[in-house]
Write a protein that binds this ligand. Sequence first.
Ligand code: SF4
Length: 405
Amino acid sequence: MEKVELLAPAGDMEKLETALHFGADAVYFAGKNYGLRAMSSNFDEEEMKRAIERVHSANKKAYITINIYAHNKDFEGLEDYLKFLESIHVDAVLVSDIGVFNFIKEHSNLNIHISTQANSTNKYSVAAYEKMGASRVVLARELSLDEIKEIKSYNKDMELEAFVHGAMCISYSGRCLLSNYLTGRDANHGECVQACRWKYYISEESRRDQKLEIQEDDRGTYIMNSKDLCLIDEIDKIIEAGVSSLKIEGRMKSPYYVATVVNAYRRAIDLYYKLKAENKPYKVPKSIYNELFKASHRDYTKGFMFKDGKIRQNLESSSQEQTSKFVAIVKSVEKDGIWVEMRNRFMVGDTLEILSPTNAFQKKLTIDSMTDESGKSITDAKKVCQKVFIKTKIKNIEPLDILRK
Ligand code: SF4
């Protein structure tokens, strides 16, 4: 049985390697122009070429975002960019603007996926995109599971992709001027500052200096601060509704976030297929579910796809939380230990968790001794990116695994 695709964000080369290592089937990222998320580091042409080669060497797929809402001037240089993307064999481009769509069709043979920013909320728009020659539609986040099922049964041959994890936008599929209005940074050109997360007050027109009391508490209110989406315990229903690709949001998040979330969903998807083959119902174990609290997140919601009766905004705080700290990344493995690169301070005596796609996952590593690059014994790793050798007998640790506490 062909498995559903796990699609991960890759804001830069380190995140791309992390996503592949932890089991993503495909990654999405942008070049320096045309892709939303202008503040993620993104890839120049040379990096993009290397990235595509790397992804294909692992037999995975890479999709490139060209999902800005384009103004006339944005088309300058687009034809050359499309030729470049064809020459490096990208698997598809993600598009939201109909003019960009048409331009790509006229000037290239690239596969086109319709971005979630295009607001595909019904079976007829998906059918229209199929007629126009798109090969996949990323559904709007505002759909219920029943609506997705109906869209699939009306569009049997169309690939559907759905977000299952990550930040939500409080406006309709990113159609929002708040960031542009308050800061001049346009969300539809990838520059959103997430202004919806800020604290807001209401004032009456003729008394603008008087803030009306709408606070939930004395810190103000976060009426537009959406919780983060998390559907790991519902992936069975989403797959069975006919979705081909489960997408994780977060090109601007850290490699540690990518590792944690991709690892959890990889394990959950594999478990779903294993249980299905054994005719058993899917249930995500606590050990996997709890992983999603270890990377930065806001309170979780099931969004629009499943009604859980809870409000979808976090009214108390817009700050992110996480229960674990990223300590180091494994660089190489030797017979008697591992070379790691420090990210947050750790010391001899610390017990660290190993985040790994192998069965070293959730084993604990207690540091008895460690040395620096010159072979000198040290007790405290406190320089960012410092290389440290940790002695351990734990098997199956791999380069790109992560240590955390
Ligand atoms: S400011 Fe908030 S609602 Fe507006 S586009 Fe950005 S994330 Fe979405």
